[in-house]
Structures are given as structure tokens and as C-alpha cells.
Design a protein around this ligand. Structure first.
Ligand code: ADP
Ligand code: MG
Length: 366
């Protein structure tokens, strides 16, 4: 009776041991890296590296082999192996290495017995490619931000001496002694104005957004600048049609919306020959998103041009800066607004800016 019980116990223990082994094997097969152990003959005694399955590195092909077999497959030199350093010098190490197009962080450590003797070494490694790439991108962005700030302050500083040079040139162009060179002076002033416009556009681009945000509605902003829009259309000989539907207030900086609207509106006017029409519509979409649309019956854009929208300095105008649409795209990004353009050569262009839906608390009182 007792021996039957003992055999049952043994079966039970055996079963639970098997389950534990299967669980460990399952965990090891799913780690995003691997674990390798060697004995003091440098022979692989444990090998579980799901990350290298594709290289033909499996327990069946690696166990019992010298560690150099793995190093060869992995493309790592055996002479500088931190795993062998751990075995022969007892050094622990942690390092990130780049192998086979991925980044691995490896921890190497000696395996020490109860008497303090090194009996082998172990290497645990993990695929950290995403983390390394993210860190790099972060550093790149920090650098780009710093360069942007430097460029913005440099642009600001350039404008003062530029204004002085422009003033003197303008003065010289009006004097009798320089009358013969008037045309050249005017050309120089014109070019300086162009540089100044570019610097202003660049500074607007580098400006930090959403600083003085307060609840405003798109419809109220357009209503306020309507007389200015009408006079610009009149001067260009273009018919302006404005459809204004009252829109809810949301947090915005009116300067941003002015800049966005005026850039799109002026592009529309510049693309439309006298006798054409520019229409502006402000409203609330079915999904409760405040939007505005600027459409024109102008020259339109070729598909190659459309594909390059937002590329700095891309302009087809002799006095253009090619920074206006980039500015619009950046403002839209800072409001998580959708910016879309439809355009047909010789038919016209329609630009729509759709802001995120506003919540009830931001709506104007009925
Ligand atoms: P800029 O107006 O200084 O040229 P933008 O960034 O505002 O710079 O515009 C870039 C280019 O996109 C313009 O030069 C023009 O070729 C094209 N474009 C923009 N808006 C329109 C439009 N409404 N119709 C036709 N072309 C346009
Ligand atoms: Mg423009």
C-alpha cells in the first residue's frame, strides 16, 4: 500500500517538474532576445535565442559546440567576446551592440559555484532596436529645435542692419547726384524687401504657437477682417463671396488664424485672374467640427506641385517666398486640424481646414 502511494507521489512530482520545464521553455522561446551559457571549456551548455532563429541558430545546431561557432554565425569576433572575458577574467559587462541590422543590449556574467570558482559564463541579451532608434530621434529633434531657435534669433538680428542699409539706399535713390542710378537703387531696395519678407515668414514659422490662447470663434474672426478681405479682392479685380455660419468658440490664438486665413486667401487671389471668383466659407461640419474653406477659380496646381505642398521655399512666383503653405501646415498641426487641398490645373483650388470638434462648454450661449 505504502509503495503504491510513493509511486503516485513520484509520478505527481515528475508531472509538475515536466510542466515547469515546459513553462520555462515556453517563456524562453518568446523572449525578444536570448540566453546563452557556456562551461569552462567554452562549450555551449544552454542556448535559447528566439531572436536568431532566422540565422539557423537553434538549440539543436548550437548545443555542445564551441562558442566560436555561434560567434561566426552572429558575425561577432571571438577575440573580443565579453562572454569569454566573463569566463576567463570574471568580468561582468553590459553593452549595446549593433548586429545584423538590430541593436542588442547584452549582460555578460561569470557563473560561480559555491566554492567561488568560475564554472562557466552566461550572456543574457535583449533586442533594444526600437529604444535605440527612439533615443536617436529624440536627440535629432532636440538638435533641430536648438538650430531652429538659433536661426530665429539670427534672422531677428539680421533685420536691423538690413533696415539701415535699406534706409540709406532709399535716401540715395532720391538725391539728384544719384539720379542716373535710381533704377539700380530701387532694384536693391526691392531685393532687400524680399529678404525682409522671407525673414518675417521664417520668424512666423519659428514662433511658438498656442501661447495666448483664448476662446474665439472662426466666424467672428472672419467677420472682423471681412472689410480688409473685400478691399484686397477689389484691388485685384476679383469677386469675393463669403458665407458665414456662426461657429462655436474654442481655444485659439487669433494671430494664428489670421495668418492661416490670409496666407490661403492671398494665394487664392494671386492665382485668380481679374474677373475670377474667390469664395470663403466658414461653418460647422456634420461632425460638429468648425471649418473654413477658401476656393478660387484660378490657375490651379499641377499634381507634381500638389505633391510638394509644404516644402520650404517652393514657389512659382517671382516675388514669392514659398513659406506660406508650410506656415499653414504647421499652424494646422499645432491645432490638430486637418488641412486638405483639392486642385485642378486651369480650374481652381479649394483648401479646407477642419478643426477638432469642440465640446459643449466652449459653445457660445444660445
Ligand atoms: P508663395 O505664395 O510665397 O509662393 P506658398 O507657400 O504660399 O508660397 O505657396 C507655394 C506655391 O503653391 C505657390 O507659389 C503656388 O505655386 C502654389 N499655390 C498655393 N496656393 C495656390 C492656389 N490657390 N492656386 C494655385 N497655386 C497655388
Ligand atoms: Mg503664399
Amino acid at each position: 500500500m505504502q509503495s503504491v502511494l510513493r509511486s503516485n507521489d513520484r509520478q505527481q512530482q515528475h508531472l509538475s517538474l515536466q510542466m515547469k520545464q515546459a513553462q520555462i521553455a515556453w517563456v524562453m522561446e518568446n523572449i525578444p532576445g536570448g540566453l546563452i551559457a557556456i562551461d569552462n571549456q567554452e562549450t555551449i551548455t544552454f542556448f535559447s535565442c528566439p531572436a536568431f532563429k532566422g540565422l539557423g541558430c537553434t538549440p539543436a545546431t548550437m548545443l555542445g559546440h564551441h562558442i566560436s561557432v555561434f560567434h561566426q554565425r552572429f558575425g561577432a569576433p571571438s577575440e573580443t567576446s565579453p562572454l569569454l572575458d566573463a569566463l576567463h577574467k570574471g568580468t561582468e559587462s553590459r553593452r549595446v551592440s549593433h548586429r545584423l541590422g538590430r541593436y542588442f543590449e547584452a549582460v555578460n556574467s561569470p557563473l560561480v559555484d559555491e566554492q567561488g570558482e568560475i564554472q562557466g559564463a552566461v550572456c543574457l541579451f535583449i533586442d533594444v532596436t526600437e529604444r535605440v532608434l527612439q533615443d536617436r530621434e529624440l536627440k535629432r529633434l532636440e538638435k533641430a529645435q536648438m538650430v531652429g531657435q538659433l536661426a530665429a534669433s539670427l534672422s531677428h538680428e539680421i533685420r536691423n542692419p538690413l533696415a539701415i542699409v535699406r534706409g540709406h539706399l532709399q535716401f540715395l535713390s532720391t538725391t539728384e547726384e544719384q539720379a542716373a542710378l535710381r533704377g539700380q537703387y530701387e532694384m536693391m531696395v526691392e531685393q532687400l524687401d524680399r529678404v525682409n519678407t522671407m525673414l518675417q515668414d521664417f520668424l512666423d514659422l519659428a514662433k511658438e504657437r498656442l501661447k495666448q490662447s483664448a476662446p474665439h470663434s472662426l466666424s467672428a474672426i472672419v467677420a472682423r477682417i471681412r472689410p480688409m478681405l473685400e478691399s484686397e479682392a477689389y484691388l485685384a479685380g476679383v469677386t469675393l463671396s463669403i458665407e458665414l455660419e456662426e461657429t462655436p468658440e474654442f481655444l485659439l490664438c487669433p494671430d494664428d488664424i489670421h495668418q492661416l486665413l490670409l496666407n490661403l486667401y492671398r494665394n487664392a487671389l494671386e492665382a485668380t485672374p481679374p474677373g475670377g471668383t474667390v469664395s470663403m466659407r466658414v461653418g460647422l461640419s456634420a461632425a460638429q467640427q468648425p471649418y473654413f474653406e477658401v476656393c478660387d477659380t484660378g490657375c490651379g496646381m499641377a499634381p507634381e506641385m500638389l505633391a510638394k505642398i509644404g516644402t520650404p521655399f517652393m514657389t512659382t512666383k517671382s516675388h514669392g517666398t514659398g513659406l506660406g503653405l508650410l506656415q499653414c501646415v504647421n499652424i494646422c498641426k499645432s491645432y490638430t486640424a486637418d488641412f486638405s487641398i483639392r486642385s485642378q490645373p486651369r480650374q481652381g483650388t479649394c483648401v479646407t481646414v477642419c478643426f477638432p470638434a469642440t465640446d459643449e462648454s466652449c459653445r457660445p450661449a444660445p
